[in-house]
Each structure stands twice: as C-alpha cells, then as structure tokens.
Design a protein around this ligand. Structure first.
Ligand SMILES: O=C(O)CCC(=O)C(=O)O
Ligand SMILES: [Fe+2]
Length: 295
C-alpha cells in the first residue's frame, strides 16, 4: 500500500500520487478528525440510507458538512491536501475549487460499491486530463473488514474499458485522522463492511475551477453562511475567479461581495488568475491531425 508519514516532502507525495493514482497520508490530522467525528455524529445518526445500489442500503450519506463542523472546515483547507491539489489540478486550470463534501458511513452489512472513477461525472477522458482530486478522511479507523475504500493502483492510466481483477484491488487501511487521496481517473469504491463496527469517512473533493461543482456550494453555503468562514475557505467554495473573468460578480472578483462598502466597479479580471491562465496549456478534446483538424 502506498502509505506515507505526514513529514514526507510534499513533492515526493505528489510524485507518488501521480505514479500510483492514490496515496494515503497516515495520521495527518488526528485531533481534527476526532473533533469532526464528534461534531457530525448526531447528524449521521439522522442521515438516510442510500436509495439505490450505488449509494448502498446500509450506507448513510450526509452533505453540507462544513456548516455543521468547524473542525471539518479546517480539514478542507489542510495545507498538505491543498498543496497536493495545487500540484495536481493547476496543470489544467488557473484555479481549483471544492467540488463535494460528504460523509460516507458504512454500517455492518454494507456491501461493496461497484468500482468507478469519480471523474466520470464529466464527459472528459481520464487519460486526457485530471479533473478531480478526491480525498477520503478516516473519521474512524479504516480496514479491510469494515469497508476500507477499495482502490485499484495504477488504474488512472488504464483504458476506460479495462476491468480490475480481484488481485488488483486493495482496501485502504488507515488509522483515524489519516487521509486517502486519489485522482479522478483512479478506479475505487466503498468496501464491504463484514465487521461488526461502523466505518465513517468524510469525502472532500477538489476540482478544476472551470467545472460545475457536484455539490452546489453556493446553495450549500450561501453568502450569509459563508461570511462566517475564512477568506481562504470562501474562495475555495467558489467565491473566487475560476479563470480569467470566470465567475465574476458585477464585473469584479466575486469575493468582494463580502466587503461591506462594495459598490461594483468596472469589469476587471485578476492579474494572478490571468498569469496562471497564461501558464497552462490548451487542451484538444479529441485528437487532432497535423493540420489541427479532429480525426
Ligand atoms: O465509501 C467509500 O469508501 C467510497 C465511496 C465512493 O467512492 C463514492 O460514493 O463515490
Ligand atoms: Fe467514488
């Protein structure tokens, strides 16, 4: 298993994530994970079970977790995770954003979820670009028996149709406070909980800032809620440019809505975002021949 200690240099973590398609950072934020679990436990109690096979009949899911737990807000902006998101996602976008927050709580008897790629939300091949960097925080211990997430190492480089054989699948095993980080192109799925213990994970996913977010962050965290959050978190939710001019409000940086004297000046972009946009490549959606025409 590709499992590392939190003090490993971030560039090395990045290399290992790119190589294997996933990485586990062991015991990265134990106190915050414990606190998040305590904050969310009453909400998990009331959360509904899944209503289809993919969502799981013995699996509870809960969204909008940032409003319910200050500790969860700190996990979303954990510097190691953001450092990796930056390295993975800023290759394809001038900015990145929070895509999804959610608890995935497997009770005893939960069946294994089918293997899938989270990036298949979008009609973009995982071989072309990485659109997502999902993470799964262990709010409880994860092991093979209690449904530790199934991961298929290297599958971010596989053609779409290739199916994983049983010996190619591993289960994430990690103590509370660890985080599993993977790529949108990596095959994975919830494990089967054959133990008599619950398995509680918190999925926090990051995506290219020019994509539609899976969980609507502006409705989950409207301005009157987001104003209680840090500027860093608000920008991550999407109160920021997603690229040059992308997402402006009254012609300006959307984050300015949080300024009390804001009165909306003329259209302008952000120099930082413009510079970031100029440094990334332009991607062809289909392969082009030497004249630049699609095949
Ligand atoms: O619960 C898990 O470990 C993974 C769940 C998952 O991958 C999903 O619902 O997309
Ligand atoms: Fe998934």
């Amino acid at each position: 298993m590709n499992i590392v200690r939190p003090d490993l240099a971030i560039n090395e973590m990045h290399e290992r994530l790119l190589e294997h398609g996933y990485i586990i950072i062991e015991a990265l934020a134990c106190d915050l994970a414990r606190q998040t679990h305590a904050d969310l436990a009453p909400h998990i109690e009331e959360a509904p079970y899944g209503h289809d096979e993919f969502l799981g009949a013995r699996t509870k899911r809960l969204g909008g977790v940032l409003q319910k737990s200050a500790a969860a807000r700190e996990l979303v902006t954990h510097p190691t995770v953001l450092g990796l998101a930056k390295r993975i996602l800023l290759e394809y976008a001038a900015n990145f954003q929070l895509n999804f927050t959610g608890i995935m709580h497997l009770e005893p008897g939960a069946e294994a979820q089918s293997l899938h790629r989270d990036g298949d939300l979008y009609p973009i091949s995982h071989l072309g670009m990485t659109t997502l960097m999902p993470t799964m925080w262990a709010l409880s211990e994860f092991d093979r028996e209690n449904g530790g997430t199934q991961v298929v190492p290297g599958s971010h480089r596989w053609p779409h149709e290739r199916r994983a054989q049983p010996h190619e699948v591993l289960n994430a095993e990690m103590p509370q406070g660890s985080v599993l980080i993977y790529l949108g192109g990596s095959l994975h799925g919830g494990g089967a909980n054959v133990s008599n213990r619950v398995r509680t994970g918190m999925a926090l996913q990051y995506s290219l800032a020019w994509l539609r977010q899976e969980e609507n962050q502006y409705l989950a965290h409207p301005p009157e809620v987001a104003q209680e959050f840090s500027e860093e978190l608000r920008r991550l939710l999407g109160y920021d440019y997603g690229g040059p001019y992308l997402g402006f409000v009254r012609g300006d940086d959307p984050h300015r809505i949080f300024e009390s004297d804001y009165d909306g000046p003329a259209m302008r972009s952000s120099p930082d975002i413009d510079a970031a946009a100029n440094s990334i490549s332009r991607f062809a959606v289909t392969e082009l021949d030497e004249k630049g025409k699609p095949f």
